[in-house]
Design a protein around this ligand. Structure first.
Ligand code: T5A
Length: 204
């Protein structure tokens, strides 16, 4: 969710994880994890043209960013044995373009499948914050992007989307209270990751 603290936490967690294991831990994000993705990110977030970006066009732009990211970045790095922390992935499309914009969920699931070539995340941490608090945090940056400009109801539908996704996928999606202070959120994420990494045999 907007202003939930993802960027802040990912940087901290990368440093912590890298200290625990030999495997390289790489940070990336969607949109914008590749050179093409950076151009798409700029269009998606900063476009101020006279005609609005249509919802389905927006959906396909996120899908194009993801297809490029998966094929050109994520898969090659995973094949080499790296660990990836990705700021947003397929669930964001379901929450924003599905629940937020109201586009057909089965179409989005199909498109996610095509864009990822079935590459799923092993674990998704959902940082949940009160919608207005999160938006207020992003506003302290002084610049509001095209998606953040959508109305409050849109962001509330997005939150509801993430909530339903978490309920439907309890093994993969773990909700984290993003309203605690930054250090407490980091500690909670470390706890969950330690348990998972031990279960996966990545930590002794
Ligand atoms: N999108 C994305 C879609 O619509 N569909 C998709 O398929 C995908 C992949 C991406 C946009 O694209 C949309 C979603 C987004 O709108 P983005 O810039 O990457 O754009 O936007 P966000 O992912 O929302 O990133 P933000 O930078 O806005 O928020 P973060 O990363 O969650 O938050 P962060 O860490 O930058 O923190 C924001 C501020 O809050 C403070 C930080 O210091 C910072 O000032 N903060 C806290 N303050 C108090 N307590 C805490 N616990 C705090 N944690 C952070």
């Amino acid at each position: 969710m907007e202003g939930a603290g993802k960027t802040t936490q990912m940087q901290r967690i990368q440093v912590w994880l890298q200290g625990l294991m030999d495997t390289p831990v790489i940070i990336t994000r969607e949109p914008g994890g590749t050179l093409l993705g950076q151009e798409l990110r700029h269009l998606l977030l900063e476009y101020h043209g006279e005609e609005p970006i249509q919802d389905r066009a927006e959906l396909f732009m996120y899908a194009a960013d993801r297809a490029q990211h998966v094929e050109g970045f994520l898969k090659p790095l995973l094949d080499q044995g790296n660990m990836i922390l990705c700021d947003r992935y397929t669930d964001s499309t379901i929450a924003y373009q599905g629940y937020g914009r109201g586009l057909d969920l089965s179409l989005i699931n199909q498109l996610n499948q095509i864009a990822t070539n079935s590459l799923e995340s092993d674990l998704t941490l959902w940082l949940d914050v009160d919608v207005e608090l999160g938006l207020a945090r992003t506003r302290t940056r002084g610049k509001i992007d095209r998606i953040e400009q959508a109305n409050l109801e849109f962001h509330q539908r997005v939150q509801q989307g993430f909530k339903l996704l978490a309920q439907a996928n309890p093994d993969r999606i773990i909700p984290i209270n993003g309203m605690l202070n930054i250090d407490q959120v980091t500690e909670n994420i470390k706890l969950i990751l330690s348990q998972k990494l031990r279960k996966w045999g990545c930590l002794i």
